[in-house]
Design a protein around this ligand. Structure first.
Ligand code: NAD
Length: 288
């Protein structure tokens, strides 16, 4: 390290459990060094029942902030002092900024999704989106897209533990963003799914389908329903090209995988912590 840690270095961290596999420390520390700014980023394994202690410690050590990953996102939202509009609607945070002892929670996953689409030349304003999923990633996308001016969202989820949450999210969006039309359907109704996809500009998979061990599956059983002018996105980033993305590409659609969303949610958090722009091109090339 050319520049050693000093007495003024500000500390940032990832909290969650597990965190050992995370690429965030490398990505952030590379960016700090590149920009010559005095921060360091580490990872702390913090179980859900210790989140409050961890946030108290953030104040004690005057840490600049932290990213929050599973399973700590909801407990973190319950223990910060303020919430961004999206974090308040969702009830979860992935980024906390400490401004002189006041902890403000944000959720940048949805922003990451929207900015990744922008980076790929797609503006969501006034569009219709069909999205599968009602979990963490899906909720963040649905709320942020509504806040950013999407016209209509049709959500499909399995009739599992997430279905009630999906209906709650839809209700919250209707209340907070009345201009956005939100519909909720059962994903097992493939005929309805096909009908809604045909009528949409953007289709998104925000379920775990496509990720290992479900990597031989896609939520869309008949990819021939996609047309060339449609944009097909997946939040799954491992594998980089899911079955859905491969099949949509074969239909001539513009396809957008999950890796960019991961990058852009980090870009948003970086700006909140440091006020600086992450060196996106270099980070993309080195880490994505
Ligand atoms: P989650 O556990 O909160 O939600 C899981 C969702 O998958 C639920 O809607 C559930 O109903 C659905 N599901 C589960 N099994 C299904 C099946 N057999 N058929 C249809 N639907 C099914 O998970 P999450 O945190 O929202 O993560 C979902 C995916 O998004 C994961 O692959 C995760 O790695 C990815 N993710 C990506 C980013 C990114 O930045 N690209 C960010 C967060 C999550």
């Amino acid at each position: 390290m050319e520049k050693m840690i000093s007495g003024k270095t500000r500390l940032l961290a990832l909290i969650g459990s597990p965190v050992g596999h995370s690429g965030s420390p490398q990505m952030y520390n590379y960016s700090f060094k590149k920009l010559g700014i005095d921060y360091v980023y580490v990872a702390f394994d913090v179980k859900e029942d210790k989140v409050k202690d961890a946030l108290d410690a953030m104040r004690t050590f005057n840490m600049r902030g932290c990213n929050v990953t599973m399973p700590d996102k909801i407990a973190a939202a319950e223990n910060v002092d303020e919430l961004s509009p999206a974090a308040r609607i969702i009830g979860a945070v992935n980024t906390i900024v400490n401004d002189e002892g006041v902890l403000k929670g944000y959720i940048t996953d949805g922003e990451g999704f929207v900015n990744n689409l922008k980076d790929n030349g797609v503006d969501i304003k006034g569009k219709k989106m069909t999205i599968c999923g009602g979990g963490g990633a899906a909720t963040a996308i649905q709320v942020q897209c509504a806040l950013d001016g999407i016209k209509e969202i049709s959500i499909f989820n399995k009739n599992d533990a997430f279905f009630a949450r999906t209906e709650e999210t839809a209700e919250k969006i209707r209340k907070e963003v009345p201009s956005c039309v939100v519909n909720v359907f059962d994903i097992d109704d493939q005929a309805k799914l096909n009908e809604e996809i045909k009528d949409s500009d953007i289709f998104v998979n925000a379920t775990i389908v496509g990720m290992k061990p479900l990597d031989d599956q896609s939520v869309v059983k008949d990819p021939s329903i996609f047309s060339k002018d449609q944009i097909v996105c997946d939040v799954v980033y491992n594998p980089v090209e899911t079955k859905l993305i491969q099949e949509a590409k074969a239909q001539g659609c513009k396809t957008i995988g999950g890796k960019g969303m991961l990058l852009w949610q980090g870009v948003s958090a970086f700006k909140l912590y440091t006020g600086c722009d992450m060196p996106v091109d270099e980070v993309k090339e080195k880490f994505f």
